[in-house]
Structures are given as C-alpha cells and as structure tokens.
Unconditional design. Structure first.
Length: 142
C-alpha cells in the first residue's frame, strides 16, 4: 500500500500564498471611490511634478485625449509660465462615477512682473474626475 506524505513546509508556504492572495483581493475590494480617485490623482500629480507629461497624459479622460494630441499636451505643459513644485491631494467627493478632488499646488511663476524673476505661491483648486471602464480619469477644464 502506497501512502502519501505531506511536506509541512510546502503546505505552510501554500497556505501563506493563498492567504496573501485573499488579503490582497479583500484590500482592493474595500477601497472607496473617494480613496481610489485620490490615489489616481496622486499618481498623476507625481508624474506632472517629475515632468513626465506623457505619463500624466494617460490620466486625462479619453474624451480630452481625442481632441488634444500628446504632442500638443506636452507643448502646453512645457511652455507654461508656471512650474508646479509640490502638490497635495485633499478631500474628494464622489457621486456615482463622477468625483471632485481638491488639490493644493505650490508653484513658481517665472517672469510675471518686470524686475522680478520669479514668484513662489500656493493655490487650491477642484479637479473633476470621471470613472470610465473601471479607471478614474481627469477631465481638464480647458
């Protein structure tokens, strides 16, 4: 008669793997729309702050991207007189597949006033985000 013996090390490792996968799945399911959109907003801001405008472009809504090419978006971002130096994602409020996210931005304006080479300031604004096919996208105001 042949009997099978189980290797306890393999069983423990297998159980740990299954438990980890279950926990990861549960963590993803517990994310609220407000948390998910804030995460996407933070990712986009990190890309803008790193001057990765091609990466940030992917966070813009498909509708916006259908009317503004990547080259035009990059040109717009590179030629603006303000440069963002830091950004913080604040509160978000969602209703269905639409969210408003408060952003606080530290920025520098170059050559805005004769005789002044730069002005450092901070401002807050609301961003509109929309959920399309499971992902959140920024809907630019202009």
């Amino acid at each position: 008669m042949v009997t099978e013996t189980m290797n306890p090390k393999i069983d423990v490792a297998g159980l740990a793997l299954v438990a980890g996968l279950l926990l990861a799945g549960c963590a993803g399911m517990s994310k609220t729309p407000e948390d998910a959109v804030k995460e996407r907003a933070r990712e986009r801001l990190d890309l803008v702050l790193a001057d990765d405008f091609a990466g940030a472009y992917e966070y813009l809504s498909p509708g916006y991207r259908s009317g503004v090419t990547l080259a035009n978006y990059q040109r717009k971002m590179l030629t603006r007189k303000t440069q963002w130096t830091d950004a913080v994602v604040g509160q978000s409020e969602c209703s269905g597949d639409v969210c408003k996210v408060r952003i606080s931005v530290d920025f520098t304006i170059f050559g805005a006033v004769p005789g002044v080479t730069r002005i450092d300031s901070k401002a807050g604004h609301l961003e509109d985000w929309v959920k399309i096919d499971g992902d959140w996208y920024l809907v630019p105001k202009n």
